[in-house]
Design a protein around this ligand. Sequence first.
Ligand SMILES: [Zn+2]
Length: 111
Amino acid sequence: MSTNSEAAYATMLEGLPPADRKASDCQHEVFAACCAVTRLEDTGHFVCELRVLCVQCREPFRFLGMPPGLRTTAPACSIDGLEANLPIEPEIVKRLFSGASYEMPHIPTRH
Ligand SMILES: [Zn+2]
């Protein structure tokens, strides 16, 4: 985790009410997220670092479907999966993406 995202995460935690239940007893119904943007110096690239947790029990959420690491052209996550590293760029040139799709979620036995 970089310094930017550590500071954003600490600031978010300070603003939250205390957890009122254990993660094992929680349905995870209220969320908080924080993000920080890091400039990768001398490269012209930017990364949005995103973290999500449950406000009720403080359980952090893991990002799925991303390889661990840091990339400048595709999303990746931290080695523990708790931080998404999302490459971003200024919208100087307008782009529309074709080929959008939606996947129906699998319903787990515990959620
Ligand atoms: Zn929870």
